[in-house]
Design a binder for this molecule. Structure first.
Ligand SMILES: [Zn+2]
Ligand SMILES: [Zn+2]
Length: 133
């Protein structure tokens, strides 16, 4: 399955759909996406093949770590992301896939800053802030 930025320069290819899809309502994801929430599907690093040039932006997180976002220098689309909280995983926003309807969020986090008109009906786990194990 192929995900790509708006201009097509930066591409991520994964072996298939995953259940690990998270919707995040935190202010950082709202700023990054310009949307009321961000979302991404997560795979182990080795399952995500990246092609193209990316610029990295590290956002400090509440827990003292960093959330790294990799975006296309030409069109600005964030194509993949990695965080110190789940250091073995790479996330790719589901809207970037050629078929964006194959996955849906099972988890909704940072709901304390959720816009009241946004519901994630497919989420089976809800957290007011970051996920707690
Ligand atoms: Zn691009
Ligand atoms: Zn977030």
């Amino acid at each position: 399955m192929k995900a790509s930025c708006q201009c097509g320069q930066l591409v991520a290819v994964v072996p298939g759909p995953t259940m690990a899809v998270v919707a995040c309502h935190c202010r950082g994801c709202q700023k990054r996406s310009g949307s009321p929430f961000g979302q991404a599907a997560y795979w182990p690093h080795e399952d995500v093949a990246i092609a193209g040039e990316a610029i990295q932006f590290d956002r400090p997180t509440d827990s003292g770590g960093a959330f790294s976002q990799f975006f296309c220098p030409r069109c600005g689309t964030t194509v993949y992301m990695r965080g110190t909280k789940n250091p073995t995983l790479t996330g790719v926003p589901i809207g970037l896939f050629d078929d964006p309807h194959m996955m849906q969020p099972i988890r909704s986090v940072w709901e304390e800053s959720r816009h009241p008109w946004v519901e994630i009906p497919t989420a089976i786990q809800h957290f007011p802030r970051a996920r707690v194990d």
